[in-house]
Design a protein around this ligand. Structure first.
Ligand code: KIV
Length: 280
C-alpha cells in the first residue's frame, strides 16, 4: 500500500470519499489498524488519560508523545500520521512551537501536526505551517482548556456561537491550517464549516457531514473503562474479553494447569539425567 498523504485527503474531499481516522497510541494496535483501510492515525494526547491514567490530557509531555508517536509510525508506516502537540508544547511561543512540531516531523516521521487552537494561537499555526509542516487545527471542544472551561458541552449550539466557530475555522485555514479537526461541534455547524472549507475537515462528535471521522481506538474496541462521550461507538467489547482472559489465566496458574507441556522448553534427551548425576 502507498503511503497516504495530505494530497490524498484533499482528493478524497474533492471526490466526496470519507476519510477514516483513529486515535491510537502504540505499535501493536497501529499495526492492526494499518491492515484495515483506515487512512489516518492521530497519536492523541488523550494517551495521558487512556495510557497513563490521568484525568485530563494535560500531563502528556513532549518526550512521551514523541516516544509513542514514533512507535505508532513503526507499526503503521503507510497511514497518514498526525502528531498531537501536548499542553505547553506551543503555548510558550513560536520558537517552542516550531521546535516541538519539528521533533514530530524529524523523529517520528509525522505528516501533520495537530494543534488545539484559538484565535490567540494563529501566529503559532502560521509559524509551524511556514516551517513546512502541515497543521491540523483542532477547534470546538479543546480538552487542553479543561482548567478554564470546567466541563465540556456541545460547541456552537447558538447562532452567535456558531458564527464565531465558522469564522474561527476560516481564520485557521487562512492562517495556514491544512486540515481542521472539529470536536463536539453541533452537526449543522460542522456541515457548514465542511462545505465552506477547502481543506479536509475531520470530525469527532460533530455529525456525519464532515469529510472524515475519528474515534479513539480504545472506544472502538470497547476497552475504555468508565463513561464514554455520547458520540463514542464501540465495535467490539474487548474489555469483557480481556477480563475473561486474565481471569482464566489466573485460574489456570493457581490450579497448576499452566504452563503445560506444550508451553515448556525441554532439555535434549538424556541431558537432565547427566545433570542430576553431576549435582550429586
Ligand atoms: O487526543 C485525542 O485523541 C484527540 C482526539 C479525540 C481527536 O484529540
Amino acid at each position: 500500500m502507498e503511503k497516504v498523504t495530505l494530497a490524498d485527503l484533499i482528493e478524497a474531499k474533492r471526490q466526496g470519499r470519507k476519510v477514516v481516522a483513529v486515535s491510537c497510541y502504540d505499535y501493536t494496535t497501529a499495526g492492526y489498524i494499518a491492515q484495515t483501510g483506515v487512512d489516518m492515525i492521530l497519536v492523541g494526547d488523550s494517551a495521558a488519560q487512556l495510557i497513563l491514567g490521568h484525568d485530563t490530557t494535560l500531563p502528556a509531555t513532549m518526550d512521551f508523545m514523541v516516544a509513542i508517536t514514533a512507535a505508532v509510525r513503526r507499526g503503521a508506516p503507510n497511514v497518514c500520521l498526525v502528531a498531537d502537540m501536548p499542553f505547553l508544547s506551543f503555548h510558550t511561543g513560536v520558537f517552542d512551537a516550531v521546535k516541538n512540531a519539528g521533533r514530530f516531523a524529524s523523529e517520528c516521521n509525522a505528516q501533520m501536526i495537530k494543534i488545539e487552537a484559538t484565535r490567540a494561537y494563529l501566529d503559532i499555526i502560521k509559524a509551524v505551517s511556514d516551517a513546512g509542516m502541515a497543521v491540523m487545527a483542532h477547534i470546538g471542544i479543546r480538552p487542553q482548556s479543561i482548567g478554564k472551561i470546567g466541563r465540556f458541552k456541545a460547541e456552537a449550539s447558538t447562532t452567535e456561537m456558531a458564527f464565531e466557530l465558522v469564522s474561527l475555522a476560516e481564520q485557521m485555514v487562512k492562517g495556514g491550517a491544512s486540515a481542521l479537526l472539529l470536536e463536539g461541534v453541533c452537526a449543522e455547524v460542522a456541515q457548514i464549516i465542511t462545505e465552506r472549507a477547502d481543506v479536509p475537515v475531520i470530525g469527532i462528535g460533530s455529525g456525519p457531514a464532515c469529510d472524515g471521522q475519528i474515534l479513539i481506538a480504545h472506544d472502538i474496541l470497547g476497552l475504555t473503562a468508565g463513561p464514554v462521550p455520547k458520540f463514542a461507538k464501540s465495535y467490539a467489547n474487548l474489555a469483557n474479553a480481556s477480563i475473561a482472559a486474565f481471569t482464566e489465566y489466573a485460574r489456570q496458574v493457581k490450579a497448576g494447569e499452566y504452563p503445560d507441556d506444550k508451553h515448556c522448553y525441554r532439555m535434549k534427551p538424556g541431558e537432565v539425567e547427566r545433570l542430576r548425576k553431576m549435582l550429586i
